[in-house]
Ligand binder design. Structure first.
Ligand SMILES: NC(=O)c1ccc[n+]([C@@H]2O[C@H](COP(=O)([O-])OP(=O)(O)OC[C@H]3O[C@@H](n4cnc5c(N)ncnc54)[C@H](O)[C@@H]3O)[C@@H](O)[C@H]2O)c1
Length: 391
């Protein structure tokens, strides 16, 4: 289903100096499928209007608050089709509800909410209002991650045995929240962030393992801790996991791993072969051949016809021309835009347009955080199986 016009979108969050709002705007612009026409960019009205002016928006479509924006945009004949939510975590639920309840589609960053009750309520509201909801687990947008998933689906690894996701960062190895670092401040405030490293990057790791293996989480045993003295949220977690079919898992996320940048690494091992993908070298995926056989390691690279058919729609530049973070985000935006257009036209979206994390994935992420915290507190394995509303 082709878009017959660019979708109109609004943004909540993404004010001057914000991290991910600018990435979302670049990603949304990449394919010409979405035009930014409205925004409530900050909790401070003056800052919101300053950002709207810098982005050349019509002044009457820059709002003091997201609540005003939802009401006004829903009333306009040329109101927004979709809202992009890029605020700190504690606002995701209320902002999403303000738009979902008016029938406006949503693209929201993770973690979806700070409580499981909110996550489940959001699942129900999205279903009741029949809107498209895309959660931006960025790493599912990378072509070589999609190739990893395709190789698993093709059975190239044999019987799946183990998945390992390590996500170390080092930027919170000091108490930046005590300095004037706004991003560290809200990320380490339980009321604003919900959880710490588990929510900020652990949910990405959990989603990546599940996305590539296609296996649901069943049980976990977690050691979640706060390493930096005086910090109010977790900053390091090591989690043993069991997935359906007996697949073993290991999820590690840390924000106190000194010197690490954004070193997300995925390994998947089967009875016949393994897979290795590193986010800091995202356009290579290694098929690890059995050391007891005679096949060489195989490196899949970005842009080749040898990648699976399901990956081809997500390639943008020819081989040897690297793509990265913004293109991965853009892949999610393009799929979501086509899913929304198909929804509005009352037709089924193309398979590649359905390849986005959903509101149920968001609820699974929040459930994962809570299961990990419960396990760590009680120092025991816990049941982590979960079926969110609408799954
Ligand atoms: N998918 C990813 O890879 C990824 C990466 C980074 C951040 N994130 C997520 O994106 C979200 C934002 O993170 P960030 O790093 O950009 O944070 P940030 O602190 O840089 O930006 C947050 C923005 O929200 C604005 N804001 C706060 N309250 C608001 C309100 N009431 N109304 C309107 N705007 C308001 C702030 O003014 C700021 O501009 C978080 O949920 C975070 O977990 C996702």
């Amino acid at each position: 289903m082709a878009l017959d016009r660019p979708l109109r979108y609004g943004m909540v969050g993404g004010g001057p100096g914000a991290f991910i709002g600018a990435v979302h705007r670049s990603a949304a612009a990449l394919d010409g499928n979405l035009d930014l026409v409205a925004g409530a960019f900050s909790s401070d009205p003056e800052t919101s209007h300053r950002q709207g002016a810098a982005l050349h928006l019509a002044p009457d479509r820059v709002y003091d608050t997201y609540a005003q924006m939802a009401a006004a945009e829903a009333d306009r004949p040329d109101g927004i089709d979709v809202v992009s939510i890029v605020t700190p975590n504690h606002l995701h639920y209320d902002v999403a509800c303000a738009f979902v309840d008016r029938g406006i589609h949503v693209i929201c960053d993770k973690p979806m909410t700070t409580t499981l009750d909110d996550a489940e309520a959001l699942c129900r509201r999205v279903e009741a209002q029949d809107v498209v909801f895309c959660l931006t687990h960025t790493y599912a947008g990378y072509p070589l991650v999609k190739q990893a998933r395709a190789l698993v689906q093709q059975g190239r690894l044999g019987e799946l045995r183990k998945v390992v996701v390590a996500y170390p960062q080092g930027w919170l190895n000091r108490r930046l929240e005590a300095d004037d670092n706004k991003q560290a401040a809200w990320r380490t405030d339980p009321a604003l962030a919900g959880a710490g490293a588990l929510g900020d990057i652990g949910t990405h790791a959990e989603h990546l393992a599940r996305y590539v293996t296609g296996r649901a989480l069943e049980r976990l045993c977690a050691d979640v801790g706060t390493v930096v003295k005086g910090r109010a949220v977790d900053d390091d977690a090591s989690i043993l996991a069991r997935y359906e079919g007996g697949v073993r898992g290991l999820i590690h996320c840390s924000q106190i791993a000194a010197g690490e940048e954004n070193n997300l690494r995925l390994r998947v091992y089967g009875s016949e072969a393994g897979l290795a993908w590193d986010q800091e070298d995202p356009h290579r995926l290694t098929l690890l051949s059995d050391v007891n056989g005679d096949a060489p390691q195989q490196v899949y690279t970005h842009g080749r016809a040898s990648l699976a058919d399901s990956v081809q729609p997500f390639l943008r530049t020819p081989q040897g021309h690297p793509e990265g973070f913004i293109e991965a985000f853009a892949n999610l935006y393009r799929s979501a835009a086509h899913a929304i257009a198909a929804h509005e036209a009352g037709v089924a979206p193309a398979p590649w347009a359905q390849d986005v994390p959903t509101v149920q994935d968001g609820a699974r992420g929040v459930h994962f955080i809570q299961a990990a915290l419960r396990s760590s507190k009680n120092e025991m394995w816990v049941d982590a199986s979960y079926a969110p509303p609408g799954a």
